[in-house]
Design a binder for this molecule. Structure first.
Ligand SMILES: Nc1nc2c(ncn2[C@@H]2O[C@H](COP(=O)(O)OP(=O)(O)OP(=O)(O)O)[C@@H](O)[C@H]2O)c(=O)[nH]1
Length: 336
């Protein structure tokens, strides 16, 4: 995950040695002796590190302006949305400028920590779904929506499996009655996982299927209803009207928007458009395992102002991770 971004930021296996305070600050390109097995921090991060040393940890905004601009370019190349790249560099500026730090504190750590804190800020805290369910009137009804083929059906199955593993009872509603094979696909998942499925035939009204699913949950005192739905774009009027009807009928407690990390900035733009049309409560980002850039994962929650709830990190049923900032931070800043 995120190898492209890690490489561009020069993070990973081995840290570039920090410049020593007593040594006169060398030019950026001469800081690290070329050692092929080590990842070299790119020029702009090294420039900031050198400045940290030169200025004995009292930097001015002007000192780091150019380096932060270069960092912003790298983030944009990695599909980080523009306002998010701006927010990251702003946070870094706030942390680095004018602050007195202990002499001999590693410049490497000071700069890397500032970047880590800045990314943590834009990632947000996430959303603890299990606590929400435990503290909410049952059944908790969750509707999954988003564009086609991003992994909704698979995510519903994985989340059903996760919630069961947390001791919660689950029923799934096969609300994607539109895509050929979708009902069969969710049926196979539910059979494998031992999860109750409510389904009608292909082409049926999804509102009716999901109404029945909620009724089943009420009658059987089931904790959670997970409602699959057909993929749709925010500008498809008929499908969006259908979604409105589903919401009126099943009255979801939570609406989760599902998109795929591999779509990069497109996923962020789509999420924003979707959010304007249907107010959602959180985001499930799938295929994070296949995304070397990391831009969507870093940008999506900050852009739409809704928390990341889960990250899909593979094809297995256990490959759905409740989001915490450390899931992404450890990938970007941890050792390989
Ligand atoms: N590598 C990887 N593949 C995933 C992940 N999530 C889903 N997929 C795959 O993505 C493909 C599409 O998933 P579906 O669940 O069918 O997508 P959908 O959104 O329900 O599709 P529509 O009903 O057409 O909207 C499947 O092959 C899944 O196995 C993930 O986190 N990682």
């Amino acid at each position: 995950m995120f190898e492209g971004l890690k490489n561009k930021l020069g993070l990973g296996k081995k840290k570039t040695p920090a410049p020593e305070t007593e040594v006169p600050a060398p030019a950026a390109h001469t800081i690290a002796k070329p050692e092929p097995e080590e990842k070299k921090a790119p020029g702009f991060l090294n420039k900031i590190k050198t400045l940290v040393v030169e200025h004995e940890f009292v930097l001015s905004e002007k000192d780091i302006e150019e380096s932060l601009f270069e960092l912003q370019m790298v983030l944009l190349e990695s599909d980080v949305a523009y306002p998010v790249a701006e927010a990251i560099t702003e946070h870094m500026k706030k942390e680095l400028v004018g602050t007195h730090r202990k002499l001999r504190e590693s410049a490497d750590d000071v700069v890397t920590d500032a970047l880590r804190h800045a990314i943590e800020k834009v990632l947000g805290e996430g959303f603890d779904l299990v606590s929400y369910i435990k503290n909410h009137e049952k059944p908790v009804k969750i509707l999954f929506t988003g564009v086609n083929g991003t992994g909704k059906t698979t995510s519903v199955a994985k989340i059903a499996h996760y919630l069961q593993s947390q001791g919660l009872s689950v029923v799934v509603g096969a609300g994607d009655t539109f895509r050929a094979g979708a009902i069969e696909q969710i049926r196979v998942h539910c059979e494998r996982l031992g999860i109750k499925l409510i389904a009608h035939q292909e082409g049926a009204d999804p509102s009716a299927v999901l109404y029945d699913t909620v009724e089943y949950a009420k009658a059987h005192k089931t904790d959670v209803v997970l409602a699959d739905s057909a993929g749709r774009f925010h500008n498809r009027v008929n499908l969006m009207n259908q979604l409105e009807k589903i919401k009126r009928v099943m009255k979801p407690d939570l609406v989760f928007y599902v998109d795929e990390a591999v779509a990069g900035n497109d996923a962020v733009i789509r999420a924003e458009e979707f959010e304007k049309t249907v107010s959602t409560d959180g985001v499930i980002l799938t295929k994070v395992d296949m995304d070397p850039k990391g831009g969507a994962a870093i940008s999506i929650a900050y852009t739409i102002g809704k928390p990341l709830v889960f990250l899909g990190v593979g094809q297995g049923y256990d490959d759905m991770k409740p989001f915490t900032p450390s899931l992404i931070i450890d990938e970007i800043f941890g050792d390989d």
